[in-house]
Structures are given as C-alpha cells and as structure tokens.
Design a protein around this ligand. Structure first.
Ligand code: ACO
Length: 380
C-alpha cells in the first residue's frame, strides 16, 4: 500500500519557518544579517556585536554593547570539574566531538538548564558563548600536553580564544580570527540550524538544541569542507603543480574542494573577504605556500568552473589557510566553524521560541501491512 503523497527528500525547496535573521542573494553574491551586509560587519564589527545583532535584532548602543561583552567575559571561566573531564577524554577524539560533548556537560552544571523563559535564557546564552572558546582552547592545550591557560577578560571573544590557545596576544591574528568568526556566524536555514530547531521545537533545553546543531555540522557535507580544501592544497604541493592537478581532477569528474555552493552561483562574498585579508597578512612558511597554491588553483578554476558553470570559490576555499597561519591543526576547522556558528544557532533557536510549533514531519510508508505473526519456535 502506498499513500498518494509527494516526498520531499532532503526537504529541498521546503520552507520550514519565517526568519528575519539572514538573507542570501546567491546570484548577486550577497549575504545580509538582520539587513546588514555581512562582509561590512566582518570588516568593521566584532563577533560579540554581530552575535548581539542576531540575537536581539538590532545593533547595541554603547551601554548595551559593554554590558553584553562583560556578561560573556564573566563566563569565560570553566569549572575545575570540567577541566578534569577534559583531561580524561581520550586524545584521539576530534575537537568538534569534544566541543559538543562539553556543551552538554556545561548544561549539567546549570541547575535551571530546562528553563526557557527570557530571563533564564539570557544567562544560558552568555554561559554558552563565554565557555565554549575556553573549552576548545583547554582541549587544544591538554591534547598537546600543555598547561591550560586561564582566560583574560580584558580580551574580546576571538582574541581571548587565541590567547588561551597560544599563550600570547597578537593583535593582527586576533582581528583576522574575529573576521573569520563573523563570516561564519550565520548562513540561513541549513542542516545544523534545522537540527537545532527540531530539538527546541519539543521544548527541550538550549544546551541540547545547540548540541544537536553541532552534531549535525559534524558531517563532511556540512562542516568539513575547509579541511578538505586544505588537504587538496597540500596534495598539490606547489603552485606549479596546480594546473596538472586541476586538469586531472576535472577529467576524472572529481570535485575541486572549496568551489561550488548550493545557494551561491557566483563568488561567495565571504571567500572574497578572507582572500583579501590573507593578501594583506604577513603569511610565512606553510601558510604562505598554501595561499600561493590556492591563488593559482583559483585562477585556473575561475576559467574552468566559475565563468562557465557558475561553480565559484566558497568560504571554505580560504578559511583553512587562515587556521594554518594561526597555528591550528587541520582538524580544528570544523570546531572553529562551530564556535562561530553557535551565535547564529542561538539566534535561530530564540526566534523559533517566539512562536514554537512542534516539528513533526511524516514519512510515506512503503512497507507491507497485515503480516501474520509466527511465534519464534514455529519459524524456519
Ligand atoms: N568541482 C568540480 N565540479 C563541480 C564542483 C566542484 N567543486 N561542484 C559541483 N560540480 C559539478 C558537478 O560535478 C556536477 O557536474 P555534472 O552536472 O556534470 O554532473 C555539477 O557541477 C552540479 O553539481 P551538484 O552537486 O548538483 O551541485 P550543487 O550546487 O548541489 O553542489 C556542492 C554544491 C555540494 C557544495 C558542490 O559544489 C561541491 O561538492 N563542492 C565541493 C565541496 C565544497 O567545497 N563544499 C563546501 C560548500 S560551502 C559550505 O558548506 C560552507
């Protein structure tokens, strides 16, 4: 028996909610957050300010901004128990897995983790935003046999994270990471944002909803492309090898990582910002070589893919090179992506909570019905 219904596999083309968080114009290569051009925000604003804009729907005034930043930085510290847990986690786990596990664990320290009213949610939001960079940095230190570095509340979100990882503050690097975090903070409805909504639609709790989003980002089809692009540049080895590599890949009908996007049919504006930023930075060693390779791959693929097929560079083409410059191993790409996107996921969750409705889709049943049960002892 089959029901006469249309199945929308992958929910492609299905609008699941209304949102005023962001708008992507894939043909013009523009993305707007609460009406503001994301690339302008990336160059002029800070991660905290854009998170505020997303969550509260407007840019903060000075007092609101400083209160917000202070509330987040007051939550930078993590409990000794959390550090103990981090030290016990087997080292083979990925930073993203550690982050998602730790986020649920932060919730266990929150006596009121199930409250979803506005006052309680404010505390939870600054708790999540404050603690997640500390956890990721602590994991970096522990997994490299280094002492954990305590946070500095005089540094902003990006600068403090980098300081806790490296033990020094370099303004240019902190600003570059801040720009990257802003560029990744929000990108419309997608698999991870939707997973967060599914969880909160049951009126679960915000720690669980953000963790659902991280779990969903984990897959290589969503959060892993920056690492894949980096791996590709490493395989190429030098700019001179780029042409042969690209031609061989395309003749085997394989994909160039960091090119193409479901929504953008032109140059991803976020990739443009990262490229221009890397151009101005004093890159050295491997990062410099990788960037030169990327520029050559881009030059070739602009002709072969972008101009002809509208398959153009996406944000992941250059992001991994920045992470190498900042000193992160390849597996930190998805975790840094998650760190940034937490601000966007929270905004989606709060927006959905304004008029929640249980997300309860259906499946079209295509199996048999009316089979006769045969007791185990009578079965062949
Ligand atoms: N390199 C070469 N050819 C490509 C590429 C690419 N990067 N991307 C798409 N194509 C080709 C396909 O082979 C296909 O060719 P065909 O029609 O001859 O079979 C055609 O373009 C259409 O491919 P689709 O997969 O249907 O296009 P879609 O728009 O759905 O793809 C996607 C988007 C999945 C991102 C794809 O471009 C891709 O795999 N890119 C490489 C991985 C990557 O960079 N992912 C990051 C995306 S951005 C993000 O997640 C933050």
């Amino acid at each position: 028996m089959t029901e006469d219904v249309v199945v929308h596999k992958g929910l492609e083309g299905i609008y699941v909610t209304e949102s005023s968080l962001s708008y992507i114009d894939g043909l013009a290569g523009k993305v707007y957050v609460r009406g503001y051009d994301l690339t302008e925000l990336a160059m002029k604003s800070s991660y905290e300010e854009v998170a505020y804009l997303l969550i509260y729907g407007k840019l903060p005034n000075k007092r609101e901004y400083y209160n917000w930043v202070e509330a987040i930085s007051k939550n930078y510290g993590i409990e000794e128990g959390m550090k103990k847990i981090l030290r016990e986690i087997p080292r083979w786990n990925s930073p993203l897995d550690v982050l998602k596990y730790s986020l649920l664990t932060i919730g266990l320290w929150d006596k009121e983790q199930n409250r979803l009213d506005k006052d309680a949610l404010y505390d939870k939001i600054v708790n999540i935003l404050g603690k997640t960079p500390t956890i990721l940095a602590a994991w970096y230190r522990i997994s490299n046999d280094l002492d954990i570095i305590e946070p500095r509340d005089d540094l902003n979100y990006a600068a403090n994270f980098l300081y806790m990882v490296r033990g020094e503050h370099v303004e240019e690097d902190a600003k570059a990471l801040d720009t990257d975090l802003i560029l990744h903070i929000e990108h419309g409805m997608n698999a991870s944002a939707f997973a967060g909504l599914v969880t909160i639609s049951t009126l679960s709790d915000i720690y669980s909803a953000v963790t659902s989003a991280i779990n969903t980002l984990k897959g290589p089809l969503h959060g892993g492309a920056a690492g894949a692009a980096l791996k590709q540049f490493r395989e190429i080895g030098s700019p001179e090898n780029a042409e042969k590599y690209v031609e061989e890949k395309l003749s085997r009908k394989e994909r160039i990582m960091g090119f193409g996007h479901r929504v953008y049919k032109t140059y991803d504006p976020r990739a443009k910002v990262l490229k221009e930023m890397l151009m101005k930075m004093d890159l050295k060693g491997e990062a410099k070589n990788l960037f030169e390779i990327a520029l050559r791959v881009e030059e070739i693929c602009m002709e072969r893919l972008c101009k002809t097929k509208r398959i153009c560079p996406n944000v992941d083409f250059y992001a991994g090179i920045l992470y190498v410059h900042l000193g992160f191993p390849i597996e930190y790409g998805p975790a840094i992506f998650a760190l940034s996107r937490i601000g966007g996921w929270i905004a989606h969750i709060l927006e959905y909570l304004e008029s929640p409705r249980l997300i309860r889709p259906r499946h079209k049943y295509v199996g048999p019905i009316g089979l006769k049960y045969v007791p185990l002892e009578e079965r062949e």
